[in-house]
Design a protein around this ligand. Sequence first.
Ligand code: PLP
Length: 479
Amino acid sequence: MLVFEKSRPGRGISALPECDVDIYTLPDEDMRETDLHLPEMAEVDLSRHYTELAKKAHGVNDGFYPLGSCTMKYNPKVNEKTASFDEFTQIHPLQPEHTVQGCLQVIKETEESLAEITGMSNFTLQPAAGAHGEFTGLLLIKAYHLANGDTKRKKIIVPDSAHGTNPASAVMAGMDVINVDSTPEGLVDVAKLREVCEGNDEIAGLMLTNPNTAGLFDPNIKEITDIIHECGGQCYYDGANLNAIMGWARPGDMGFDCVHLNLHKTFSTPHGGGGPGSGPVGCKEHLAKFMPGLTVEGEEGSLAFAKASESLGEMKNFYGNFLVVVKALTYIKMLGKQGIPEASKNAVLNANYMMNKLSAKYDIAFNPKVCMHEFVMDIARQAKETGVTAMDIAKGLLDNNIHPPTMYFPLTVHEALMAEPCETESKETLDEAIKVFLELNDLAYSDPEALHAAPVKTPVTRLDEVGAARHPVLKYEFE
Ligand SMILES: *Cc1c(COP(=O)(O)O)cnc(C)c1O
């Protein structure tokens, strides 16, 4: 039941503080013509309403959430505490710099930490999400080529295993996407890449995720970035999932020129509910003069905003989703130089533990010996032998209080279930999940109908997902 349906006239209360400024009445033409529909409820009923809704959802606080490529790790509560300090929440972006030195310090230290973690020289915290960061990075590459008078460079190479946002961002940045197929091992086909690049003066660059969406680290990475540089292109690193390598390997050392990170994945800001996120972009020195937005310069106590000399403009107002930045810096400071690589190590260990246990019954796409932070199961064999698909297994997991892995992605694996357990899960949780996965495989062979019918224990059962996507009902119609 919606909050509007529970509303009863006269039941609401408003307890506003007394107005301490002059009351200003808007001119008639700026006033609403009809009353605003606000639900009227007692506080207790409202509180119960939202608690009931929260119980219907599944989050990292409810149970295992191995959604691949999303890094649904546990977000330490201390992050929320620092992000709720008045000194961060009650500021105005146009306040004089000397009154917000602490906030500037947060920005500066975050920029510096991220630069150190990725091997970049500069960072902007403006972009609001991963895809927004990709778009920003591509604009940097574009600005660089244009400044060199290289107007022909409009083609960007994106491997077929890329996250869907990569080609989309490239098109938005006015580039033409060249798709390069992967090898049977799921890696970049270096010979094909060479073929596309050699003597080609229209290549703007390459967009790559490493480890890629199948959780595989490309051992040819240095050769790949060299090929792009040799033909005059720039290398963009999609660092949305830095969980596998932070503290161990740096995109900058792999030869990348710019990178985005998802603070709302690796750096432990809650996500999945639609935001706010943050997709900072880092670059090497030769791209720094084009950076968008404001950066912070100077010494502690006399910090000031500065703008890059040929800045491409603003990607978002002021300095992005600042409180997300506060959470990320809290996380980085809490873990420190020892904790960051340890988190990665455990993320990779957990993924390999699960992959190895599940490989008893599930085919692992590309059959890697080791994976990084995630791995992809291929349900094609079960689908052929029993009719049970990746979708059916996912629905069966829901009945066991486990959020399904990412389904039908990467596109190169047709019945894909991509699992990312994350470092924050205990061995007991992993063992329990492994048991459920193995039981569901057995169920596929003994009683496939049961899996076609799942889920049966959730607040809603099988949904018309196509209908929801094609004809979404996004607002309540009052009678
Ligand atoms: C999540 C993700 C993105 C997109 O990030 P958003 O914040 O959802 O825009 C891009 N690339 C990869 C590899 C991702 O996992």
